[in-house]
Design a protein around this ligand. Structure first.
Ligand code: DCP
Ligand code: MG
Length: 628
């Protein structure tokens, strides 16, 4: 979206020249296919010229037959009809040759279209899409925070398509146009230089009009893509958030916002069409002007007796018409230039985003870790100058359970996200088995960490595939072992097709507790020495919480576990508890140690115990005013 787009580190980075160079590089990458397309179009051009030549000769043969005083026709390509042929035989033969030429052109046009489609849709587009997707997979979280998902979708789909337009719509068409115009020019010049110059003088205003409109179009296309990103964002959010929308009876508002966004896009689109609908006829009009010049000036030349009214003039008119037709193509090409540059800018922005977290050269692939994690004066923030963790230090020994407690916004999730190195700290360092995380091979390290989030994302696939997500080669036995360890085996068997049950989109047909246990099984399948649990019981009822907690008890055995929780049921089991307050580590110790000390943990513990003692009916607590 536009306001977040400005935070993109690549914004405004590309000059038109640079974009053009890179797009030419893209064409160069597929030079063999480009050459094939160009060769076919040159053949087509040659055939068109042959056709015109033949037409001119046919006319001269007829005129000569009608009036032998006019002089014998000049046959092209060194060919001469046998002396015994009558003029009618010659005309018939030439007409057949013209038909053959037209047929051959049809076949070549077909081949040209096929070759170009194979190049663009078969090679360039899939290649760019693969590159973009691979890059997206490696980009750090920050990129996704800055760029909305819709903008990313649109770049992967529409913008990739428009980027390839540079190859077929600009490079191929452009070279083709230059060759064609050159050839026509030479042929016309050979017929009559002065007439050629007169007719082609309209090219000057034509070039100016093209330049003017082309520059007008570019910002329009960019704005259009941004507005469209916003519209798709609105749409996808209302699909993903449909429960919230309906729950708050907010359909009307959503529809109105969508209509407004939709109108903005179409109004913007209309402005582009408005420019285009002046631009295209303007270029056509100008090119038709040259025909008018031909008739006026050519007619005058004829009257003056300086040019014969023969096949030559017909050929000239034909050449001129083709020439102006090609020139009128300029507007299409100019339009493609702007469209493809806009799209390419958005595609390259993604491809060029530096990887914030990446392997350094010679990074170490660790063997199986013991699970020791040390935070050494770690300061971290999402934006520079606004840390959300301040100089946090602690040590987790192998196999320990580390509970993390803090108010909402205290920095618990942020702390957890540093462990798998989703971000790098701004100051201080984090050690796993005594090695700085920045020295470890990222993939090899992350594979040793199992993560369960507050809310788990399940893929539209079978239960088994969801559990085996981190290791697609896992055996059924491994999958079941993980499911049992996560207390998920029983409920999975009760599903209609057991492990082969396909979950709906995002797994909507499971309860919150079931989803969490599947997510836990998915994390445990990898037998990770380090387990990270971000408030896994946050959104479930007490009974499910109990199930998850008892599942966790098995799961945590033998691994270093980091668990964010607010419920004492989970925290009590921790070997050490870290209490975070406003991004600072304010207390460290076991439950029994810190529950005695004044502070946020003790307060929360008291409240939870009081909740248990409370015999006031729940209705009384809901009395108006108590919520404020
Ligand atoms: N923050 C941010 N950008 C993000 C995530 C968080 O600027 N992508 C900010 C919001 C908070 C602070 O960082 O001010 C800490 O956020 P956490 O998500 O780490 O907070 P908690 O996990 O402790 O909160 P909760 O209990 O609500 O999950
Ligand atoms: Mg959190």
């Amino acid at each position: 979206m536009s306001e977040t787009g400005s935070e993109n580190p690549n914004d405004g980075r590309y000059s038109t020249g640079e974009l053009t160079r890179r797009l030419l590089g893209l064409a160069w990458q597929f030079r063999a296919d480009c050459l094939l397309s160009l060769a076919l179009s040159v053949l087509l051009l040659a055939l068109a010229l042959v056709g015109l030549q033949l037409l001119g000769v046919v006319i001269d043969v007829i005129r000569h037959a009608l009036d032998p005083a006019l002089g014998a026709p000049a046959f092209p390509f060194g060919w001469k009809p046998p002396a015994r042929w009558k003029p009618l035989d010659v005309v018939t033969f030439l007409s057949l040759a013209i038909v053959a030429q037209a047929l051959l052109r049809a076949v070549l046009t077909y081949s040209y279209n096929m070759a170009t489609a194979r190049l663009t849709q078969g090679k360039i587009v899939p290649d760019l899409r693969d590159k973009l997707y691979a890059k997206l997979q490696r980009l750090s979280f920050r990129f996704f925070e800055v760029n909305g998902s819709s903008s990313i979708f649109n770049r992967l789909t529409g913008d990739v398509q428009n980027t390839r337009l540079f190859v077929d719509g600009v490079v191929l068409q452009g070279i083709n146009m230059i060759i064609t115009l050159g050839a026509y020019f030479v042929f016309m010049w050979r017929i009559h230089p002065a007439l050629t110059v007169a007719c082609l003088s309209v090219s000057v205003p034509l070039a100016w009009v093209t330049h003017y409109y082309s520059n007008r179009l570019r910002p329009g296309y960019l704005r259009n893509r941004e507005l469209y990103d916003g519209l798709v964002q609105l749409f996808s959010e209302s699909v993903l958030g449909i429960q919230t929308v309906k729950g708050f009876a907010a359909e009307r508002g959503c529809i109105e916002r969508f209509e407004q966004g939709n109108n903005e896009v179409s109004a913007q689109q209309r402005r582009i069409f408005w420019d285009l609908s002046i631009f295209t006829p303007a270029t056509q009009l100008l090119s038709q002007l040259s025909l008018a010049i031909l008739f006026a000036y050519g007619g005058w030349l004829y009257v003056q007796g300086r040019i014969p009214l023969g096949g030559g003039l017909v050929v000239f008119a034909g050449l001129l018409q083709q020439f102006t037709g090609q020139v009128a193509n300029l507007s299409t090409i100019a339009n493609s230039v702007q469209q493809s540059l806009t799209a390419a800018r958005r595609v390259f922005e993604v491809l060029d985003t530096p990887l914030e977290v990446q392997n350094k050269p010679g990074a170490l692939a660790p063997g199986r870790l013991t699970g020791s994690i040390v935070f050494d004066h770690v300061t971290f923030g999402y934006k520079t100058g606004a840390p959300v963790l301040h100089s946090v230090s602690f040590e987790a020994k192998p196999g320990q359970v580390v509970g993390i407690f803090g108010m909402t916004g205290a920095g618990k999730t942020s702390l957890l996200s540093l462990i798998p190195r989703f971000y790098d700290p701004q100051q201080g360092r984090i050690l796993a088995d005594q090695s700085d995380l920045r020295d470890l091979d990222l993939d090899a390290y992350r594979r040793q960490i199992g993560i369960v989030y507050q809310e788990s994302f399940l893929f539209s696939n079978t239960v088994a595939a969801n559990i085996a997500f981190g290791n697609p080669h896992a055996t059924q036995e491994q999958i079941e072992r993980a499911a049992k360890a996560a207390s998920a085996h029983e409920f999975i068997l009760a599903l209609s097709k057991g492990y082969q049950t396909v979950l709906g989109e995002s797994g909507v047909d499971l309860s919150g507790g079931q989803r969490q246990r599947l997510a836990l099984a998915r994390a445990l399948l990898l037998e990770p020495p380090i387990l990270i649990l971000d408030d896994p019981t946050a959104s479930v009822d007490p009974k499910t919480e109990h199930e998850i907690v008892s599942a966790l008890r098995h799961a945590m055995a033998g691994r270093t576990t980091f668990v964010v929780a607010n419920r004492l049921s989970l925290l009590r089991r921790a070997d050490i508890i870290l209490v975070l307050d406003g991004g600072r580590l304010v207390q460290t110790g076991t439950h029994s140690q810190i529950v005695r000390l004044p502070g946020p943990y003790r307060e929360a513990a008291m409240l939870q115990l009081m909740d248990l003692d409370e015999d006031e009916p729940i209705g009384a607590e809901r009395a108006p005013g108590r919520f404020t």
